[in-house]
Design a protein around this ligand. Structure first.
Ligand code: ATP
Ligand code: MG
Length: 382
């Protein structure tokens, strides 16, 4: 048997034509190249003729761009590199239950939350980002994306005009001002008015100061001509007991939206800074406090952008003793809050019980001021 096999093998190796002698490599290459150029020339000629007859070939016609953020292929967590059943479970436990949540995460956060190595975390994020169109976009595409922005009306024409139509979705809007300036009233109003524009809309209210009042929501709902009970049903309220709890609740927002399939249009954090201010006392803790506030605001911005909702945050003020002239009132949270907020509004009490809203920072609007009044039914012009 073995000898037969060897013989057969010898035969085949002997019967194989020695390539080098019969068709030298140079000749083969030359022939291949002339054949290719001939082929290419005839193909080019063919295309030219086709152009003359029918215009450009279908491959040359610009294909319509794919809708943005659309998945090239429906990925699951298990499709990401380095993710097995155990890691998928850990990701889920840490709140990463969609590919988007991994795509928008930073490697450091993923390492901290799930206990992965940096290499695996980077690979996973890269694959998740690749599955979405998360690269550069033309200005035109960004403009198209801006078309999805919803502006929630305040009820006051002057206030809406100051904000270019109302409180925008897809970003963080911060109101800061002294006690009684109307920050909480605006939070309640946004929770109601988002439902006026879309009856299926939901609001999430993270209440840190125990100032959420369902009775006030009922009044405002009646003012907006809505069913107060239905409006209350569409508001999810959570009381945050300390800064860590507040941060955790903000991280849970995306989970609620995904699991309950809620059409959330506004997330209210009232107040953003109160817990941080009370818990981190003294200069020694300043760096840690600012780092945490920064992280919290990042979470809110990510949620706002991912789900096209308005993240409305209220902020307290402090008096700057070094300022001798002008208004010494300053927002708490320093530059971190100021930079992270997309729109920044300073509220103060005006004449005859009115309120003054001053637009301090906006990416596309001129600074300005307006007056409005807080009524039982909502906000109105003076
Ligand atoms: N039902 C109501 N009808 C009319 N005005 C109201 C009503 N409820 C509250 N207000 C007005 O709103 C003010 C309270 O504003 P708000 O609670 O928004 O203050 P804030 O800026 O949140 O203050 P703080 O810093 O203490 O939280 C009241 O002083 C009152 O003028
Ligand atoms: Mg308040």
């Amino acid at each position: 048997m073995v000898t037969e096999a060897i013989k057969a093998n010898e035969q085949t190796s002997w019967t194989r034509t020695p390539l080098k002698e019969e068709c030298p490599v140079d000749d083969v290459l030359q022939e291949f190249q002339t054949h290719r150029t001939r082929k290419e020339k005839s193909k080019a000629k063919e295309l030219e003729q086709m152009d003359e007859k029918h215009g450009p070939s279908p491959t040359e016609i610009e294909q319509p761009a794919e809708p943005e953020n659309e998945l090239k292929k429906e990925l699951t967590m298990l499709d990401l590199p380095g993710v097995g059943a155990a890691t998928a479970e850990k990701l889920k436990e840490a709140g990463y239950d969609t590919i988007m949540s991994v795509a928008v995460a930073s490697p450091g956060k993923l390492i901290e939350d799930v206990g992965l190595t940096e290499q695996v975390a980077r690979k996973m994020i890269h694959a998740a980002r690749n599955s979405f169109k998360m690269g550069f976009q033309s200005g035109e595409e960004v403009l198209k994306r801006r078309a999805r922005v919803i502006k929630i009306s305040t009820g006051s024409k002057a206030f809406d005009a100051l904000l270019g139509g109302g409180f925008e979705t897809g970003c963080i809007v911060e109101c800061y001002g002294e006690f009684g300036s109307g920050k909480t009233q605006i939070g309640h109003l946004l929770a109601v008015n988002c439902q006026k524009q879309d009856p299926n809309a939901y609001a999430i209210y993270i209440d840190t100061e125990n100032t959420f009042r369902p009775e006030r929501i009922k009044e405002l709902a009646k003012g907006a001509g809505l069913d107060p009970e239905e409006v209350l049903r569409h508001i999810k309220v959570a009381r945050a007991y300390n800064s860590d709890h507040q941060m955790l609740l903000a991280e849970k927002v995306s989970e609620i939206i995904d699991s309950d399939k809620l059409n959330v249009r506004v997330v209210i954090v009232d107040s953003l800074t109160a817990h941080f201010r009370a818990e981190f006392i003294g200069r020694g803790t300043l760096a840690e406090r600012q780092q945490k506030i920064n992280c919290h605001m990042h979470t809110l911005l990510k949620v706002a952008d991912t789900y096209n909702l308005c993240a409305y945050v209220t902020n307290q003020v402090q008096v700057d003793p070094a300022q001798f002239f002008g208004d010494p009132t300053k927002a708490v949270g320093g530059h971190i809050v100021g930079h992270a907020s997309t729109f920044r509004i300073y509220l103060r009490k005006g004449k005859k019980g009115s309120r003054v809203a001053k637009l301090v920072d906006a990416p596309n609007l001129a600074d300005g001021e307006c007056n409005f009044v807080v009524n039982t039914e909502g906000l109105t012009d003076v």
